[in-house]
Design a protein around this ligand. Structure first.
Ligand SMILES: NC(=O)c1ccc[n+]([C@@H]2O[C@H](COP(=O)([O-])OP(=O)(O)OC[C@H]3O[C@@H](n4cnc5c(N)ncnc54)[C@H](O)[C@@H]3O)[C@@H](O)[C@H]2O)c1
Ligand SMILES: O=C(O)[C@@H]1CCCCN1
Length: 312
């Protein structure tokens, strides 16, 4: 008989998952994914069920990473919540399996995994695509992803100034009070992105919040929200002028309103830059359109489980 699965709460996951451990295997997984060799990585585009009566969606995200022997599925529900709601917009559970027998070895809360692996992948995009002298980071949004992106980006890079904007100024002020280093609270998106070298969009908006005319030429935008085919975070000008990178071309073609509705062409997956098959055009304005992938959760869950198993 297999052991019953371990249950790892978000607190436990948060204590075990670090950006320095997460980024190298995520880079490997993104590269392998972009080689399209299903003997190494198998991951379909997620299935999404609308929860019509509650303004939400349920996504199912299975992945098998053969070269690391990881079999995993995340189930993630996401909602459009009122600002300041005590409940997070995202509720997620991650199941880790024994790939040899199919039994579940661990059930983990998935919010911290989602927050950290998403920020880690955006940080990879910035590492590859931001201008060499990047001094100013602008964050649009002040929720869960804003915080994990702040943590990852300030841990990995040395910005001279970090700015935050949120729809309600008091939410940006609350964010600023919660982080360790000084951060400039901005009253408008334009103020937050003016002259910024790197911009992170982490809102639940379904309309554009960031407009191309405000973005400094050569800046890098990590666009994390707008994960439905009819939702937008970026306007047509930005989408058509920038060089567009994605995590998965297939996922972007199915789910990204910014790509589908603007008609913008995808230039490359991050994995294609990592593999050296397409270039990182960091002298141009670049957008990394993130949608999230099951392999990212799988990599994170395996790190957490291995550390938990081996802890003294
Ligand atoms: N790409 C990925 O892998 C990935 C992973 C997780 C979450 N997400 C997406 O990232 C976004 C943020 O997620 P989160 O967990 O931080 O949510 P959250 O609820 O914690 O924060 C949402 C933020 O969006 C802001 N917001 C909501 N509606 C807005 C509007 N109309 N205009 C401007 N700002 C608005 C809120 O003020 C808040 O600051 C969501 O769209 C979510 O679906 C993407
Ligand atoms: O990849 C993810 O986990 C998220 C879930 C919510 C919608 C956007 N993508």
């Amino acid at each position: 008989m297999a052991q019953p699965p371990a249950f790892l709460s978000d607190d436990v996951v948060a204590g075990l998952l670090r950006y320095d451990d997460l980024i190298p295997p995520l880079e490997v997984a993104l590269g392998k994914f972009s080689r399209h060799d299903s003997s190494e990585v198998a991951q379909p585009v997620r299935s999404v069920v609308p929860i019509q009566n509650h303004n939400g969606f349920l996504g199912l995200m299975p992945a098998y990473i053969a070269y690391e022997s990881i079999l995993c599925t995340k189930m993630v529900a996401f909602y459009k919540r009122e600002e300041g709601s005590v409940l997070p917009s995202i509720q997620a559970s991650v199941l880790l399996f024994d790939p040899e027998h199919g039994n579940i070895t661990a059930v983990m809360d998935g919010l911290e995994i989602t927050n950290k692996r998403t920020a880690a992948v955006s940080a990879i995009s910035a590492k590859l695509l931001m201008p060499p002298q990047s001094n100013v980071l602008g964050i649009l949004g002040s929720g869960q992803q804003a915080l994990s992106h702040y943590e990852a980006f300030t841990h990995l890079f040395s910005f001279k100034e970090v700015r935050v904007w949120s729809r309600r100024r008091e939410m940006a002020e609350r964010f600023s009070a919660a982080v360790q280093d000084p951060i400039t609270v901005c009253s408008s998106v334009r103020e937050a992105v003016d002259g910024a070298d790197v911009i992170v969009t982490v809102t639940s908006s379904s309309e554009p919040v960031l407009f191309g005319e405000w973005v400094k030429p050569g800046a890098h935008v990590a666009a994390v929200g707008a994960c439905r085919p009819d939702w937008r975070e970026l306007d047509n000008d930005l989408m058509r002028e920038a060089v567009i990178y994605v995590d998965s071309r297939e996922g972007a073609a199915m789910e990204s309103g910014d790509i589908i509705l603007s008609g913008a062409k995808v230039f490359a997956e991050l994995g294609e830059i990592i593999n050296g098959t397409l270039p990182a055009l960091c002298e141009r304005t670049t957008v990394f359109k993130s949608l999230g992938m099951g392999i990212q959760d799988a990599v994170a869950a395996k790190i957490v489980f291995d550390k938990w198993k081996n802890k003294p």
